[in-house]
Design a protein around this ligand. Structure first.
Ligand SMILES: [Zn+2]
Length: 1024
């Protein structure tokens, strides 16, 4: 199609993006153009037009015409000498070879309009923009004669407006040569205002929209005045805003054709109208020399859309959204460079990616350029670029020339890098240090460019100290640049590119989960609960144009797949989303869309979409793509009710120091006062550092004191898994007569938890004395480690999976971030195997299981309160167990920690409700036998062998030998390490202990007994 460039701004229904231009081709080399006279007549009922084109071909000229979609009814070529001949058409193209005669070509045709986004001929209105007349291969001077239906008013490219009319026939001429003509007519209401002497703006709106005319006229006049003062005189004799029955948006010389529904959108005259009017200067008057690509959309977007937002104080936000838009819609490995952007059409493959380059990347190009050369030289260059190129085509090189003249800079490198390179800058900070030079603090760091080849960049840096803020720009050209900044006081932090002055990759803290992240992604997985969902959401599914889009029923989705794709969960009936986000269903009427980072892989996103019925889904499906920049949306009956963008950092923020919080010591409360307040809660969490005896003593004191207030109290413990509940009940409730050693064996305390039992002994004893239930909260350790290792829950047995809590929220703010720090520590240690997805799933299962177990107990025992003992990470009130309990049951809760043993909580108020100041205290050492034991197993029988005798212990002196198998301590049988720990619980330094071993004497094993004096060696716990 030789006029494909004419469709730069085709509107998909309801599309509300910026409008675009149709280029006029100005062929400055020819001073006299050929004439093209077109006569047309309409049959509205048949949706067709009949036309005759009369084209003058001068001597020694050939001509090619495209007749695509036209039904030719007659043709004639008439030479000056009177020769006539009819013509034969082939493949919709007519080629007329040269002749020494001037000739007149006549073509009569019929064009019937089917259903199309481009053309319409109907009693409600006519618009003709594509393939409606024979199209020549070079620009010509058009004259149009059209017979209008009754009551219709028309607009086309013309020297004058209103068009000359005699009876029902209008005649127009346009002295600027064009490749094709555009035309609209309808039962319009015509209104106009004067912008200045010699220039009017007109509206041709449908009768039902005539009340909109006034505001459009005023806005258009304002834009024209603005750009006349910024650039130059308006390049046409008039400007017409015409309504179209089709939902399109076109810009032509002297008029724009905008869909009726689009015109009704309140913000069109705030943004798109200005963009469109600016195209009169850039795009129509100075048109694009496409050989070097299309500079026009980026320049227009920057001087219109972006500058309107910047004037409202939203410039930084707009640039950040522009960058996000570029990153979301383009694929780093498969993107065109700016120099290869030609067309803004929505109807091309990869349209979104191509437009991201032509609009977003290009607008950022102009911003970076303006920052580089300065405001005044930039404005000056834009003015001279217009005046020198008005009425002709211009290229990127022409622009570069004007910018170089006004800035006195060589910009060839800048243009080359940004026009020809596909990749965009990516900057990181390394080796941050603060040192002293004399008495001045000096901040130094390395700016690293992550691209293969470095760019030439100006990088703004904002540094914050306690007393002042410093802003400076660094010119960098290398892959690594050392930056040194001398300061007057110590820096608290600094930010790289805080105002988004150039297009670059965003850091993790700057990235926001937006709807466009889904729309632009190549690999997506859509999950539905049932086939009914597929039907209900059909209109939404049809609106997607991703290349790799997989739709799956929830019971066929593996847990592993969830961490590998961008996800879209449709509807509220499916349960898979609940394993990531808990019970997120808000059951609101209307349609809601909620975009989150995928908890299993923060580089990806997960979207929760649900409509309360099919009509709510249908009402928004085709429009949703226009809300790409938002993180969450809610519609009712197709109308937007709420739209939000999740918060994120501005610029790459590097924090060097957190200024600490504090409080008044006068507001510190006594233990009794705090107990008074705590006793109002149903669940009280006491976070611990597992080896801090002070924390365990605090737990005991709190249990005792709260018991005094409310004797029906249970103790929930992370230290026991839920499947050991029978042992706990037997012992503390006395349901079975059981001694402590049996309890420790049956509860497998030393197998599961392993820490010194004396940390909990007083607590368990208190529970036993007062018959308080102790509730095992934990998940079996092997389940957690299985999920951690495999990265997902797919490998768990079916019956294990059924026991897991169905609703798991991995997306509580801060949770992923904290776990990702912990995960990195794990990776650096020896546990390297697990992936982050496994780590977060294992942690999530852990916290959710404990929450589910707490809730289960509270629901079956409504008169009970619970004190929960768990690690301080689990008791965090922001994202530990408490919010997960709250999600399930609405009760009062309090979280408590001892700040002496919990360093690294600068955000104390987010972590806990109460803090205690319980000073560190040590448990006395358990004395040692002086042996190193090795666990073994033979025929299912476990045993411990003495692997080494400690030279400092008394075991050797007592007669024990390396190789002896330990079978009893003080008569208690020993099979594994836990048995030793149980046997040694109440021993004292200097005390004596009976050791029974099996010793191999030649061919038989002999049982032997020894008495060992216990000593206190500095040995690890494992070496009794
Ligand atoms: Zn445009």
């Amino acid at each position: 199609m030789n006029n494909s460039l004419a469709f730069l701004h085709v509107f998909i229904p309801f599309l509300i993006l910026s409008l675009c231009t149709v280029p006029t081709i100005h062929a400055e080399q020819e001073d006299a153009h050929e004439n093209y006279q077109l006569s047309i007549d309409f049959d509205l009922q048949k949706n067709q037009l009949t036309g005759t084109a009369k084209i003058t071909i001068r001597a020694n000229q050939q001509l090619t015409l495209s007749l695509n979609k036209l039904r030719v009814t007659g043709s004639l070529l008439k030479a000056q000498n009177g020769d006539e001949k009819t013509l034969v058409l082939e493949h919709n193209v007519l080629t007329i070879p040269e002749s020494d005669q001037q000739r007149e070509l006549y073509i009569s045709y019929i064009r019937k309009m089917g259903k199309s986004f481009e053309n319409i001929i109907s009693p409600e209105g006519i618009s003709l923009v594509s393939n409606w007349h024979p199209i020549p291969n070079r620009p010509m001077n058009f004259m149009l004669v059209a017979r209008l239906p009754d009551g219709f008013t028309a607009v086309s490219e013309s020297d004058l407006f209103p068009l000359q009319q005699a009876g029902d026939t209008i005649t127009t001429t346009f002295t600027t040569p064009l490749l094709s003509l555009h035309f609209a007519a309808g039962p319009y209401h015509h209104q106009s205002i004067k912008v200045r002497e010699g220039l009017m703006v007109h509206t041709l709106f449908f009768q039902e929209d005539k009340l909109l005319a006034d505001s459009y006229l005023k806005a258009a006049a304002r834009y024209i005045e603005r750009y006349e003062s910024e650039i130059d005189t308006f390049p046409y004799n008039h400007y017409v805003i015409a309504a179209n029955r089709l939902p399109t948006g076109f810009g032509f010389p002297g008029f724009t054709l905008i869909g009726q529904m689009v015109l009704r959108l309140p913000f069109i005259k705030e943004t798109s109208l200005g963009h469109e009017i600016l195209h009169s200067w850039f795009g129509n008057s100075v048109s694009v020399d496409y050989r070097e690509g299309n500079w026009c959309e980026g320049l227009t977007s920057y001087l219109a859309d972006h500058s309107y937002r910047a004037e409202k104080g939203e410039g930084i936000q707009d640039r950040k959204e522009t960058i996000a838009n570029y990153l979301n819609y383009t694929d780093q490995d498969d993107v065109i460079p700016l120099s290869e952007f030609y067309s803004a059409s929505h109807n091309q493959p990869q349209a979104k990616a191509i437009r991201a380059v032509g609009y977003a990347k290009s607008a950022m190009f102009f911003h970076e350029l303006k920052e580089k050369i300065g405001d005044q030289p930039f404005k000056e260059a834009i003015r001279t670029f217009f005046t020198e190129n008005s009425g002709r085509t211009a290229s990127w090189s022409d622009l570069q020339r004007n910018l170089e003249v006004s800035s006195q800079l060589d910009l060839s490198g800048f243009f080359r890098e940004r026009l020809l390179r596909k990749e965009i800058p990516s900057v990181a900070v390394e080796n941050i240090e603060v040192n002293y030079q004399g008495h001045h603090p000096v901040l130094s760091f390395t700016l690293v460019q992550k691209t293969q080849e470095p760019f030439t960049l100006v990088v703004p840096i904002a540094i914050k100290t306690a007393t002042t803020s410093i802003f400076q720009k660094e010119h960098i050209t290398d892959k690594r640049t050392e930056i040194t900044i001398r300061l007057n006081s110590l820096p608290i932090g600094f930010t790289i590119d805080p105002e988004y002055s150039f297009l670059r990759q965003l850091s993790e803290g700057e990235r926001v989960a937006r709807w466009s992240s889904f729309l632009g992604s190549r690999k997506t997985l859509i999950i539905i609960g049932s086939l009914q969902d597929k039907e209900n959401y059909d209109s939404l599914l049809q609106s997607f144009d991703q290349s790799e889009l997989t739709l799956k029923l929830e019971d066929t989705v593996t847990n592993q797949e969830l961490g590998e794709s961008n996800l879209l969960f449709l509807g509220t009936t499916q349960n898979v989303s609940k394993t990531l986000f808990g019970d997120h269903n808000q059951n609101m009427p209307g349609f809601t869309l909620d975009v989150r980072k995928n908890p299993l892989n923060p580089q990806l996103i997960a979207v929760l979409a649900s409509g309360s019925d099919k009509s709510e889904i249908d009402a928004v499906a085709r429009r949703l793509s226009h809300y790409g920049k938002y993180s969450s949306l809610r519609f009712l009956h197709g109308r937007i009710q709420q739209k939000t963008i999740n918060p994120s950092q501005s610029g790459m923020v590097i924090t060097l120091e957190m200024v600490p919080d504090g409080g008044k010591t006068s507001s510190i409360s006594s233990f009794e006062q705090i107990i008074e307040e705590l006793s109002r809660s149903r669940v009280i969490y006491v976070g611990e550092s597992h080896t801090s005896y002070a924390d365990h003593l605090l737990q005991l004191r709190l249990i005792e004191a709260l018991y005094k207030h409310h004797p029906k109290i249970a103790i929930g413990m992370e230290m026991f898994p839920a499947n050991k509940q029978p042992a706990l009940d037997s012992y503390t409730l006395g349901t079975v007569d059981m001694d402590e050693k049996t309890f420790l064996r049956e509860s497998e305390y030393f197998k599961v938890w392993r820490y010194d039992y004396r940390f909990f002994r007083d607590i368990i004893n208190f529970a036993k004395t007062h018959s308080l239930p102790v509730v095992g909260l934990n998940l079996e350790k092997k389940i957690v480690s299985n999920v951690f290792r495999s990265g997902n829950t797919d490998t768990l047995e079916k019956k294990v999976k059924e026991l897991l809590p169905k609703e798991r929220d991995l997306d509580i703010p801060g949770y992923k971030e904290r776990l990702s720090i912990m995960h990195n520590v794990h990776l650096k240690g020896s546990h390297g195997a697990g992936k982050f997805s496994g780590f977060i799933q294992a942690q999530g299962l852990w916290d959710e299981t404990m929450a589910a177990n707490i809730v289960q107990f509270l629901q079956s025992n409504p008169e009970y309160k619970m004190i929960v003992l768990a690690g301080a990470q689990h008791t965090r009130k922001d994202y530990g167990i408490p919010p997960r309990v709250k999600r399930r049951i609405d009760i009062e809760q309090s979280s408590v920690i001892n700040i002496y043993s919990h360093e690294g909580h600068p955000d104390l108020a987010r972590v806990a409700d109460y803090f205690f100041l319980a000073e560190p205290i040590e448990l006395p050492q358990i004395p040692k036998i002086g042996v190193i034991l090795l666990a073994g197993e033979k025929d299912g029988q476990k045993f411990l062998t003495i692997n080494k005798l400690s030279p400092n212990g008394q075991a050797g002196a007592a007669g024990l030998l390396e190789g002896d198998i330990l079978i009893a301590i003080d008569g208690a049988p020993i099979e594994e390490m836990g048995d030793v720990q149980i046997a040694m619980l109440d021993t004292k330094e200097g005390g004596k202990i009976g050791i029974t071993v099996l010793r191999n004497n030649g061919d038989k094993d002999e049982e032997m007994e020894f008495t060992v004096t216990l000593s206190s060696l500095e040995l690890p716990m494992e070496h009794p």
